[in-house]
Design a binder for this molecule. Structure first.
Ligand code: HPA
Ligand code: ZN
Length: 334
């Protein structure tokens, strides 16, 4: 339809996509064969069966179980390159201009894979995406919040030289939310903020956790962006603060639907965010697991909210303004 064409052509920036979450069932099975990986005996045995299971996630932890199993097929640099390159190619056909992409070092380091192996693969894919597809991107390292803080601090030490070189541009926090509140990671964030004041800080907060996870991420981790953040709407003081500071929420509509944060997309507080002046972007989170890449998220939001063109342009602008890029780069995207 002409709305799908409009949404395809709208300049889109994505700030919440986990590269490990772009592992398609077909690439997953290719890599099982390539490396002779042993998966749990009850793991679905075909891409089709796996997609059916992916359609039945009950919550964040149920998804994460599969997400961490999937990581086991990623072994050499070329696997990480292929993973990211497939994502960029798909997103390019959907009108993606700029991506700030998460990756989870601890999910690979714990399997004996070297930091350089995945970082080089991702960096090569990003360079090819820039050159051949015109997509710019940044890498944001995430800490896995279910792992012990000393493990997270060790990961920050390993990443030090890659923050220094500019290969990594941000710090995030993901995995199971409610049992692992933000205050646990204050020292980790403090370390990066002190040594690299230019590095962007963000954290998953207010996905399954309440608005206090958002407030505490702002207060204790000094983040300037919030990933998900949809539960912020339950605290009006917080909403005012997000609007006043222009703190962007990276909202993931199809993720929230598939992980049952909402039972229908119309429950997302997008109208409340617009009315309160809280900037947000629309993102795919783990597109291969939710069978929804960036455009599908825009199209489904349009189906449920029917925003006018002016509102869509406002949302597109939120995403450009909220990107961690230079002002002249923002002007190019506008
Ligand atoms: N939330 C928490 N952890 C994650 C997510 C998410 O949406 N995606 C990948 N890891
Ligand atoms: Zn996420």
């Amino acid at each position: 339809s002409h709305m799908t064409q409009f949404l395809t052509e709208l300049p889109k920036c994505e700030h919440h996509v986990h590269l490990e979450g772009t592992l398609s069932p077909s690439l997953l099975f290719k890599l099982i064969s390539k490396h002779n990986v042993e998966l749990p005996s009850d793991f679905p045995s075909t891409p089709e069966a796996l997609e059916i299971r992916y359609n039945q996630f009950t919550d964040l932890d149920d998804f994460l179980h599969f997400y961490y199993i999937g990581m086991n097929v990623l072994k050499d640099e070329d696997d990480f390159f292929q993973l990211a390159w497939e994502y960029f190619q798909t997103a390019a056909t959907q009108g993606l201009h700029h991506a700030e992409t998460f990756f989870d070092p601890q999910g690979h380091l714990c399997r004996g894979i070297e930091f350089e192996t995945f970082l080089n693969g991702f960096t090569r894919a990003a360079a090819k995406a820039k050159q051949e597809l015109g997509i710019t991107s940044k890498l944001i390292m995430c800490l896995l919040r279910h792992l012990p803080v000393p493990d997270c601090l060790e990961t920050i030490d390993l990443a030090h030289k890659h923050y220094e070189s500019g290969a990594i541009h941000g710090l995030g926090l993901d995995s199971s939310e409610k049992p692992f509140p933000p205050h646990l990671f204050a020292e980790c964030y403090g370390k990066i903020k002190d040594k690299f004041p230019h590095v962007g800080l963000t954290a998953h907060a207010g996905e399954e956790g309440g608005p206090e996870f958002v407030t505490n991420s702002l207060d204790l981790l000094n983040v300037t962006r919030i990933d998900h953040g949809v539960n912020s709407v339950k605290d009006q003081e917080l909403m005012k603060r997000l609007a006043a500071n222009r703190t962007m929420l990276s909202v993931c509509p199809m993720s929230n639907l598939k992980l049952r944060v909402v039972s229908d997309l119309s429950q997302l507080p997008l109208k409340e965010l617009l009315d309160a002046g809280v900037p947000f972007s629309i993102n795919s989170d783990d597109p291969a697991y939710f069978n929804s890449y960036i455009l599908e998220n825009y199209v489904q939001v349009h189906k449920h909210f029917g925003f006018d063109l002016k509102t869509w342009c406002r949302i597109s602008k939120f995403g450009i303004e909220g990107s961690w890029i230079e002002d002249d780069h923002k002007k190019q995207l506008l």
